[in-house]
Design a protein around this ligand. Sequence first.
Ligand code: MN
Length: 396
Amino acid sequence: MSDIIIRDIETIIVDLPLRRLQRFSALAARTQSLVVIRVRSQDGVQGVGEGSIPSGPWWGGESVETIKTIIDSYLAPVLVGQRATDMTLLRARMDEAAFGNSFAKAGLEMALWDLIGKTLEQPVHALLGGKVRESLSVAWPLATGDPRQEVQEALSKLEAGEASAFKLKMGAVELKKDVARACEVALALRDKAGIRVDPNERWTEVDALWALPRLADIGVEMIEQPLPRNDLDGAARLQARSAIPIMLDESIRTTRDMLEAAKKGAGTLISLKLMKSGGMVSSRGVAEVALAAGSALYMGTFLESSLGTSGNMQFCATLPHLPLGGELVGPMLIAEDITEEPVRYVDGALQLPSGNGIGARVDEDKLEAYRRDRSRTTASVAPNNGGDRATALAGA
Ligand code: MN
């Protein structure tokens, strides 16, 4: 086999409409923006990855705009001309070229794995050491803030077999009101599905000490990142007093973060996300430290499209024991997807896509329809007018 030499790298920002309002602790969103990253080899094979962001830079400091700029200006130049299979070297070159920027690096790494897989005609999970699962039970986010609507939404998702548990996003409203809402939803769904909550760092330790026993009473089975990400001491103190397992998400991005959490006794559960840790290789490292420390793993999401979800599922397929499953539900929340075939959900579980690479291909028509720069890319030279540019503002 000839070497897989990286010929060029292309990044395209895409804005996809969401099916419903998604309220995070920091903001409310009606669209999901992502970056489609294409890496082509000299043999003409194309690998594709997705840089996904939970509605702007509030979560991790990066945005779709920074992902595109960092890749175009700093990461692509050090990768073009290199062998795609030299992954350790390529990751080192990216780290030398740009500090941090884990979302940009993760999306690019996904495209590289896809390129290698598509060239070698192997799924990415086989390249990562092999799969141990074919599906992932998923929790659906309840995030509109209206408990009656949220209960109805949950019941319909259960009926459709599109979720096996629910995660209530909290922290956007005053604590007592928020806990009352959680109680209403949890009581209505009791004995029907598991309920977890995620305040996205918005609580103080005092808030959490007040809320935790109340949430435990109504059967909430997990609380995610109640305290600010840097407060590992607080997280450890809370875990020692909590009947509910506490999951760390924002706190854990690197193996070093995980080691610190383990030393302090924080993190009964760890949410893994390719984007926050800089890709599949780094995320695997975090998972190994977590397992060595006795923590359990969980597969988190940044609401990827079917493209990114396929890449995440390739990684997820290699993870042992996920006691609460995960939440790769982006494709169900996005109203218009960008792959030829959407990922499939059966009985509340995401199915591992078949096929080589990440197991997904971009639908070129949809990419053209939803790319942010579509007004510029449809620009054409009008005939017989001396070369003046006539720009077609297709939906801009
Ligand atoms: Mn989270």
